[in-house]
Design a binder for this molecule. Structure first.
Ligand code: BGC
Length: 755
């Protein structure tokens, strides 16, 4: 009886809840209540995004159509303003006004490579996630999804409905100043992870973006660099990363890059935009130019550019005139508008408008820490120096890199403004005004020193700034262990001069390790660095740019609360001399003479050629093909336990199923990323091996599991330039399994008939 009464009560409660929920008013972004019964035909959610887009287009005037295809100018970006009359911009990097009479929302775009950028002018907090290369070091699609989900959530919370993140340019030039934003040097790894990230982001009803399309692999002279590269090399490297990411995520937008590719600007490159992206890959979203990357009206529109950002020099009045004058057909204009609208319907930015709210700071902390703990890579651990035993350690010297105040981050449009302001003012670089561009070296307030003290409360923990190597060495000498933090700052717009740690940090490490052999180096870098002191130090942890919980995540790894499992998504060379381009290609001081008659470069523009003669041999493929031993190979990363590999089996077919057994042979629980590589038949003329799949597996001590990796035909194929398509070459393939690109103990051969 009592039970029946409480069931009845629960049923009544549920009924009341549903009635209330059903009658709760919903509001549009213009603050008007939503009438739940569709009043306009395109509000019918049972129609497809394409049908809905076409219904809107039928109602649109020429001016309205053109309005959706360009921004309102640089001022919005530079002022971070809402002060322009009639402009509802939230102050993100881009704004396109919607059409209120048709219920088409404003597009509020924000940079969001590693978290929502430019929060300071709006006094908004966003989670500073670890850098993209840290995310990639997790090799974990679930981590990538979570990364995108968090960014999407915080964009929505701040009222934005489009992200400008999703950088996936391959690390072809390791000095590239944006290496930290990207996802490493392998197209299958980078493409898979960016795809998951965008899925997570778009699941929050925010339009995702993948950039910078394409071969935008250096920052020096990025507006004028003409990337010279063969079709096959481009398709199998940089483009493959985009292809996989776009296909897997149905991303809403692709941003074309600043540079030229084989003589034509990316944003008016018919081959890249029309032939490859839209025709062969079937991309249904819209192409948006990088900021100031549009160079023409008719050429660009015909090549496949849909939106000019952030201004309207080419796609404002000139586009309208080109339509009126018949240079651009109504059909072409409609197809551009269709791409924008169908994306808005498909991603839900129209049906589920963002309602600003306060970001969930604690949730962001959790995600940031989880990503860093999965992405930090243990590079050396001689004599099990790590993990440190908090119960027995008596004294710790922490040295350098402002580890007393925070962890460094990468600069440029990816910069997440630091909570509480930048605690480190770089003299001569920045006035402390973090809204200034470039903003100098920005730190997030997650001091490793505090986290270490918290983790080892009974130890004496002393900090030395490291600017005087002798005093740092003296502290190291009197301490049981020394932990040296070392930073390398990267920022958009400029490449690194070399891969050495800046500001005499190599000399600092050398002085410290000479005083105390128990020296642990924690790197906070955007990409690879050289390590002249590697043989002397006892441990090295690469933490990348570790984000707002960097200090805590690093301490958790140093003290063994977390067993590291990250693997390098980029090769660390021994020196620049081993790289495909020992010297980077620099823009010339004087403008070279442009080639008459070529599309793209305009008279007077400082175009210069960057020859990517290494072709297919990007990253580890170069070192393997050229027989050069890297400092740390692609795929490398240590754990506090050890793993062995056995029983490699391959089920042949167009796609392969590769199974391998992984056993934890150590005394700690840990996670291993089992890596699978393929060597193609001789006739394919490929570098010795390529990554074709991987699987992360968690194992208790002594535990053993068989993991299966499904390898799709594309991952085994080569690009056939004559047929303009990927092709499976007939012949014998070697399949390897192991724990890095240079440690592959198991091999089997499979024969394929080709296709
Ligand atoms: C960058 C893009 C960025 C845009 C907007 C450009 O300079 O290359 O990555 O999204 O600015 O801030």
């Amino acid at each position: 009886m009592i039970r029946r009464r409480s069931l009845l009560k629960a049923a009544n409660f549920l009924l009341a809840f549903f009635i209330l929920a059903a009658s709760a008013p919903m509001y549009t972004q213009f603050g008007q209540p939503v009438n739940t019964a569709p009043k306009r035909p395109w509000e019918n959610k049972y129609l497809s995004p394409d049908e809905r887009a076409d219904l809107v287009i039928q109602q649109m005037t020429l001016d309205e159509k053109v309005q959706l295809l360009h921004g309102l100018g640089w001022r919005i970006l530079l002022d971070g303003t809402t002060s322009m009359p009639g402009v509802r911009s939230l102050g993100g990097a881009g704004f396109i006004p919607g059409i209120e009479r048709l219920g088409i929302p404003d597009l509020q775009m924000s940079d969001a490579a590693v978290g929502v950028a430019r929060g300071a002018p709006r006094s908004r907090y966003s989670t500073a996630l670890p850098s993209g290369v840290a995310e990639a070091s997790s090799w974990d699609p679930e981590i990538a999804y979570e990364y995108g989900d968090l960014i999407g959530t915080e964009l929505r919370d701040q009222g934005f409905n489009m992200s400008l993140g999703g950088g996936v340019n391959l690390t072809r030039e390791p000095r590239n100043g944006r290496t930290f934003e990207y996802k490493g040097e392998d197209p299958i790894l980078a493409g898979t992870l960016v795809g998951e990230e965008i899925k997570g982001l778009q699941n929050q009803h925010v339009i995702g973006n993948i950039k910078h399309y394409a071969v935008n692999d250096q920052e020096d002279g990025r507006h004028f660099a003409n990337s010279i590269i063969g079709k096959r090399s481009m398709q199998e490297s940089d483009l493959l990363a985009f292809q996989i990411g776009i296909r897997n995520s149905d991303v809403g937008a692709v941003m074309c890059s600043y540079n030229l590719i084989n003589g034509t600007y990316a944003c008016e490159n018919h081959y890249l935009l029309h032939d490859v992206l839209k025709e062969v890959w079937g991309f249904k979203g819209f192409v948006v130019s990088d900021w100031g990357g549009t160079h023409s009206t008719v050429n660009a529109a015909k090549a496949g550019l849909d939106i000019e950002m952030p201004g309207n020099d080419y796609f404002g009045e000139p586009l309208k005139k080109a339509v009126q004058g018949g240079e651009i057909s109504q059909h072409q204009l409609n197809s551009m508008v269709h791409r924008v609208l169908r994306t808005e319907f498909a991603t839900g930015v129209i049906d589920y408008p963002a309602h600003p709210k306060v970001v969930d700071v604690m949730h962001g902390f959790k995600v940031a820490q989880r990503v860093e703990e999965a992405g930090a890579v243990l590079l050396k651990n001689a004599a099990n120096q790590l993990p440190l035993d908090a119960s027995s350690i008596k004294s710790i010297a922490v040295i350098g890199a402002r580890a007393d105040v925070g962890v460094i981050s990468g600069g440029g449009s990816a910069q997440v403004d630091p909570a509480g302001g930048n605690p480190v003012i770089t003299p001569g670089v920045n006035s402390g005004d973090i809204t200034a561009f470039p903003p100098g070296w920005v730190y997030h307030r997650s001091p490793p020193v505090d986290a270490i003290i918290q983790r080892a409360p009974q130890a004496k923990v002393e900090y030395n700034p490291g600017n005087d190597p002798a005093s740092a060495a003296a502290l190291a000498k009197s301490s049981e262990v020394a932990i040296v933090f070392a930073v390398q700052h990267e920022s958009e717009g400029a490449d690194l001069p070399n891969l050495s740690l800046p500001n005499n940090q190599d000399a600092l490490i050398q002085a410290v390790v000479a005083a105390n052999p128990h020296t642990i180096v924690v790197l906070e870098t955007g990409g690879a660095v050289t390590m002249p002191w590697l043989d002397q130090v006892s441990a090295v942890l690469e933490s990348w740019y570790p984000g707002i919980r960097g200090g805590q995540a690093i301490a958790a790894i140093l003290f063994g609360d977390v067993n590291p499992s990250g693997k390098l998504p980029i090769t660390f060379p021994k020196s620049e001399a081993d790289m495909p381009h020992p010297d980077a290609t620099k823009p010339p001081a004087e403008p070279p003479t442009p080639t008459p008659g070529l599309p793209g470069p305009k008279v007077g523009e400082k175009v210069f050629d960057v020859h990517y003669g290494e072709g297919l041999k990007v990253g580890y493929k170069w070192y393997d093909a050229e027989n050069r031993t890297p400092l740390f190979p692609f795929g490398f990363g240590l754990s506090y336990t050890t793993f062995s590999y056995s029983e490699l089996n391959v089920t042949p077919g167009d796609a392969l199923d590769v199974t391998v057994r992984v056993t934890n042979t150590g005394r700690r629980a840990g996670e291993e990323i089992a890596e699978i590589y393929a060597g193609l038949p001789e006739s394919a003329q490929e570098p010795p091996r390529r990554l074709i799949g991987w699987k992360k597996v968690a194992l208790e001590p002594g535990e053993s599991k068989a993991v299966t990796v499904h390898v799709e035909p594309l991952f085994l194929s080569i690009y056939d330039v004559d047929r303009n398509a990927f092709q499976l070459v007939p012949g014998e393939y070697s399949i390897w399994a192991g724990n890095s690109s240079r440690d592959l103990p198991l091999e089997v051969a499979v024969t394929h008939q080709g296709r």
